[in-house]
Write a protein of this length. Structure first.
Ligand SMILES: Cc1cc2nc3c(=O)[nH]c(=O)nc-3n(C[C@H](O)[C@H](O)[C@H](O)COP(=O)(O)O)c2cc1C
Length: 349
């Protein structure tokens, strides 16, 4: 059914279809999908009804998050939101690479800004777990200051905050992965907490998949040193692991081609951090097996975006039911029993 509809939708510009989808979701009633109770999992002191979350980028402006829960998501991440409103890069800036079930986007943090997103969050009260993903304005002089103001601005209004240092579409942003810059960012965040300038809310860092092993290991040591609450692995890649249409497009690649890259990185982060920091695995998930494999490689929770574009909104309900079966088949009672079983943690920890 969705395949037929998709053939029609794919005739039009992806960004136009996305906008129409958001408008449609605002107005149609949606029944709540059933979630098996064994998928309930407790992370960051919160109860997630399902380990599957909606990744950042779909509901950038916090317009439809309460509806998205009805599809079976256990949590929704809105954003990326920038302090001041900004347009983002010129269009076209979202491309479907259909053959590879992938997307390349170069949106560049198009955002209505902190103030308006806060209004949208306050307007639609929901019981569900909502994270806000914060970024920096393109013309910002000091990116770190934008993150600090975002944490202060949203800490009273959401369940968690993601510090997105990994978009490939804001020049210079990924430099926050460099040891000195990352320490600087985390030091300033630590000071916010020590001085009680923000409400107690888990602060997560979303990282790039385009980091070599040596740098990743250094970053993980820093995450442990600063007691980062959680890590999201990963954002889109600037690699082009395919041939033909799309290889010359600017932007970040998401979808199935990102799956192995991001899952390998997830496993390494789990091992380097010795399983001491909760991880959210994201990148190329399009089935229950994909999600479950990320969990076995160290993810306590997972997220997806591109999978819904190619497989439709019914995917989440189906995945919830199939993950429950996969758990039972392996003799696990809960998600947490399966976290990291395929990773190797040394030093006896
Ligand atoms: C159109 C589009 C827009 C995105 N925008 C954001 C964003 O604003 N902030 C962010 O952290 N990630 C953004 N992402 C990245 C996703 O959150 C996710 O990390 C990435 O797409 C990999 O997951 P997937 O393969 O399931 O899509 C975007 C992805 C897509 C496809």
């Amino acid at each position: 059914m969705y395949n037929l509809f998709k053939a029609f939708l794919f005739l039009f510009d992806p960004e136009v279809i996305h906008r129409l989808t958001i408008l449609f979701l605002k107005f149609i009633p949606l029944n709540k999908a059933f979630i098996p109770k064994e998928l309930n999992t407790k992370i960051f002191g919160m109860n997630f009804s399902s380990p599957i979350g909606l990744a950042a980028g779909f509901d950038k402006n916090a317009e439809v998050y309460s509806k998205m829960f009805n599809l079976g998501f256990g949590f929704i991440e809105v954003g990326t939101v920038t302090p001041k409103p900004q347009e983002g890069n010129p269009r076209p800036r979202i491309h479907r690479i259909k053959k590879e079930k992938a997307i390349i986007n170069s949106l560049g943090f198009n955002s209505i800004g902190f103030e308006k997103v806060k209004v949208n969050l306050l307007n639609k009260k929901t019981e569900g777990i909502i994270g806000v993903n914060i970024g920096a304005n393109k013309d910002s002089k000091i990116f770190i200051d934008d993150y600090i103001s975002g944490i202060k601005f949203f800490s009273n209004h959401v369940s968690y905050i993601t510090i997105n240092i990994s978009s490939p579409n804001t020049p210079g942003l990924r430099e926050l992965h460099i040891e000195k810059n990352l320490k600087d960012l985390l030091e300033k965040i630590k000071n916010l907490k020590t001085n009680n300038e923000v409400a107690e809310v888990p602060l997560l860092i979303k990282i790039s998949p385009d980091v070599n092993d040596d740098d990743l290991s250094i970053m993980c040591d820093i995450f442990l040193e600063f007691n980062v609450d959680g890590i999201i692995i990963s954002n889109t890649t600037i690699e082009r692991p395919f041939k033909g249409f799309g290889t010359n497009l600017n932007g970040g690649l998401s979808g199935e081609l990102l799956y192995q890259i991001s899952t390998n990185q997830l496993k390494k982060v789990y091992e380097y951090t010795k399983g001491q920091i909760p991880l959210i695995g994201v990148g190329g998930i399009s089935s229950a097996k994909d999600a479950y494999n990320k969990i076995r490689n160290g993810a306590s929770l997972v997220q997806l975006y591109t999978g819904i574009v190619y497989h439709g909104p019914g995917l989440i309900k189906k995945m919830n039911s199939e993950i429950s079966t996969l758990l039972k088949n392996d003799g696990f009672d809960s998600i947490s029993d399966a976290v990291g079983v395929d990773a190797e943690i040394k030093n006896g920890t």
